[in-house]
Write a protein of this length. Structure first.
Length: 307
């Protein structure tokens, strides 16, 4: 049994609750009182064989608010609440940083990584090239994993298994709720998981209503990613090729999260990166390039980022 510590919570992100419930199981009454009804709703729809069956358990929790820690521990059967997150060192086999406030990720992760404790960091890993350089050796050595769960979402299984069904790819269009910084990685990871060409450069679509970017790929195809803000609840991906055109709506968060956790636990056990390190670096480089393009209004080449 892999003993896992979990660090949470950031505003609007219930991943500490969903991840802990998948690993430990959950107590419905306490979970209901914790304030995440959407998560409880999809947990209640799953078969018992999918809950608390990954041979890993969250044994320690820290959040910045003791009340949140208490509610999370009660909802998901977590035995130990620590006063400082570094108090977990020496007590756990692996750590999950289940917060999407990316500016805090490096500070929180490094004490554990330096001790050789494998860490999963919630999306996005970072928007800083300097921090990505710090993280790079840990990604390459198999100590660090970070991705969107959409890299493993079940809705794209048939595409991953037979991407040639589309023929020559001409256009990929993706749309996601909220902004580029925190939610762009969902579509970047989903697209790059399909085995398409790598992005050569990113350029902004100059439009004030929401954040849209064009990714021009090495094979000449175009990928458009739209972060539509908080009013449009969408996780949509369309592929247009010479043989076929299809659109999927990504809705099954539970399976995406469980598959991600499965791969992280396997990485902990084997020491082998669950995701090719080059793919993780490419995703974050693309995210950073997109942010720079939006900020400057100019085209940004990935080769110029220096990682």
């Amino acid at each position: 049994m892999v003993k896992v510590g979990i660090i949470g919570l950031s505003e609007g992100n219930g991943h500490p609750f969903s991840f802990s419930a998948i690993l430990n199981g959950y107590e419905p009454e306490f979970f209901s009182n914790a304030g995440w009804p959407g998560i409880l709703n999809y947990l209640n729809k799953r078969d018992k064989s999918e809950i608390a069956t990954l041979d890993a358990r969250v044994t320690h929790v820290w959040t910045q608010d003791r009340d949140i820690s208490n509610r999370l521990a009660a909802a998901c059967f977590i035995e130990n609440i620590v006063d400082e997150y570094v108090d977990m060192i020496g007590e756990i086999d692996a750590l999950i940083i289940a917060r999407d406030d990316y500016a805090e990720h490096c500070r929180m992760a490094i004490p554990f990584l330096k001790k050789g404790i494998p860490v999963f960091i919630d999306k996005p890993l970072t928007l800083s090239l300097e921090e990505l350089a710090v993280f790079k050796p840990y990604i390459e050595s198999g100590l660090l994993m970070s991705c969107s769960g959409f890299r493993f979402c079940q809705e794209l299984d048939s595409w991953r298994q037979n991407i040639s069904q589309f023929g020559s790819i001409k256009l990929v269009q993706a749309s996601v709720i909220n902004g580029w910084n925190k939610y762009g990685i969902h579509m970047v990871d989903a697209v790059l998981s399909l085995g398409f060409s790598a992005p050569l450069y990113v350029e902004p679509v100059i439009y004030e209503s929401h954040e849209s970017l064009n990714l021009v790929m090495a094979d000449g195809s175009l990928c458009q990613i739209n972060a539509l803000g908080g009013e449009v609840v969408v996780f949509s991906l369309s592929t247009f090729g010479t043989k076929s055109c299809e659109t999927v709506q990504i809705r099954d968060n539970f399976t995406a999260f469980r598959r991600t956790l499965f791969r992280f636990i396997e990485q902990v056990r084997t020491g082998t990166p669950a995701i090719n390190p080059g793919e993780t670096l490419l995703s974050i480089q693309t995210l950073i390039a997109g942010r720079k393009a939006l900020d400057t209004g100019k085209r940004v080449y990935l080769k110029d980022l220096g990682i």
